[in-house]
Write a protein that binds this ligand. Structure first.
Ligand code: TRH
Length: 378
């Protein structure tokens, strides 16, 4: 059934809040033909990966999603049937008042952050009655296992990935200004936080005897790399960092193009939440830079994911992954040994990642779970 959805998104920092909400909004509109409005307080961040967006337009429709600046709530509006409060962003009072006034109160869902911690399944879909008002919100937890809300995965994603053959790949790479891949070379995409040991990674890659192309979308990390390599010679669009290491800074990509970049690379360094999930669907080698939290709470999340992800690996392979990921998240010193050990498992990791994707695919995707929950409640 076609329902009206309002998704509320506050950009706390970086791109993930907008990235997740935009992906969900698009999927609800495209795959489920729902009427979706995305209320966002920072159009500029959304526009970084949605080039069609015009930041001056406070209301506009892009890819069948009505995007409204949060400021527009001062004008007259009608509540939707379903309200998604992304990452406990606190619905505006004016909207809560409108919910109370509507004949049938909208179904209120709080979309939580992704975590692999075991408690997630116990809290998924729990109701939380409002302390003062006759309204209830439901917690919706994304996750990797049965009983959680699942992961964002568009219906056509795997088909599109399979159709991304050599010819399409060549065209895509050309558009990005990337030359043909040298046989035997490694392509690595790099998206991480400023405190990841990027200088150490470069140091290790300088010494590589295998040709490497490090591809870095524009941003703070790209700036840092440019600073480190300020004296490196330039060949075409690439910086020649050492005999075998070249670096190419590319523009920050449109969201679906970023997926394609992950499909093109052999190893993807990803971060936060959304790029982390996309790297899993890409099924190439990936290294996660987790979003740092106070009192190192993020390490519990990192360990919980590693526990699941390495479950079916041999002990040496699991140890190599743990070491690489822990060092990349500054829990230990990253060095050439860590890297070489990780790379040594490349072939078996590729196979592992294929079966990891198959395991994840046994679960419904997040939007399907959300729609099913809504159908059961309305
Ligand atoms: O940007 P992130 O670090 O986002 C976040 C935020 O820090 C957020 O506050 C926190 O809650 C969350 O992580 C856990 O990383 P993430 O989640 O990977 O989001 C990045 C988005 O940017 C994602 O949708 C992919 C997209 N992207 C592009 O579209 N093009 C690009 O070139 C790149 C590098 C990313």
């Amino acid at each position: 059934m076609r329902h009206r959805w309002d998704i509320f998104c506050k950009v706390i920092d970086n791109f993930g809040d907008a990235g997740v909400c935009w992906r969900l909004a698009r999927q609800l509109a495209t795959d489920f033909h729902q009427e979706v409005r995305l209320w966002i307080d920072d159009l500029a961040t959304l526009s970084c990966f949605t080039p069609e967006l015009n930041c001056k337009d406070l209301v506009q429709t892009v890819q069948n999603v009505k995007i409204c600046s949060w400021q527009q709530l001062q004008m007259e509006f009608a509540c939707a049937d379903i309200v998604i409060e992304a990452f406990a962003c606190d619905l505006p009072d004016i909207y809560i008042a409108a919910m109370l006034e509507s004949d049938q109160h909208p179904l209120w869902i709080n979309l939580e952050y992704l975590s692999a911690e075991p408690w997630v399944a116990d809290y998924h879909l729990l109701p939380s009655p409002h302390p003062r008002l006759p309204l209830t919100k439901f917690f919706f937890f994304p996750g990797f296992t049965k009983g959680t809300g699942g992961l964002l995965r568009e219906k056509a994603l795997m088909e599109q990935k399979n159709e991304f053959d050599e010819a399409v790949r060549q065209t895509f790479m050309k558009q990005l200004g990337l030359y043909e891949k040298e046989p035997g070379s490694l392509w690595i995409s790099l998206f991480c936080y400023a405190d990841a040991p990027v200088a150490q990674l470069l140091q290790v890659l300088f010494e590589s005897v295998q040709p490497i192309l490090l591809i870095v979308p524009a941003g703070k990390v790209a700036d840092r790399i440019l600073e480190i390599l300020k004296d490196a010679p330039i060949f075409g669009t690439r910086l020649i960092a050492s005999k075998h290491l070249s670096v190419q800074i590319i523009p920050f990509l449109e969201q679906t193009e970023y997926d394609r970049l992950l499909w093109c690379c052999d190893i993807n360094f990803v971060r936060g939440e959304d790029s982390f999930v996309r790297a899993q669907w890409a099924a190439k080698l990936f290294v996660w830079n987790i979003y740092p939290q106070q009192e190192q709470a993020h390490f519990r999340k990192l360990d919980a994911f590693l526990e699941l992800y390495t479950d079916r690996m041999t002990i040496p392979m699991a140890a190599a992954i743990r070491d690489m990921w822990n060092c990349w998240n500054s829990r230990c010193a990253f060095n050439a040994g860590t890297w070489m050990n990780f790379l040594a498992f490349r072939e078996s990791l590729m196979l592992h990642n294929e079966s990891w994707v198959n395991q994840l695919m046994k679960q419904e995707d997040l939007a399907t779970n959300l729609v099913q929950f809504v159908e059961n409640r309305l």
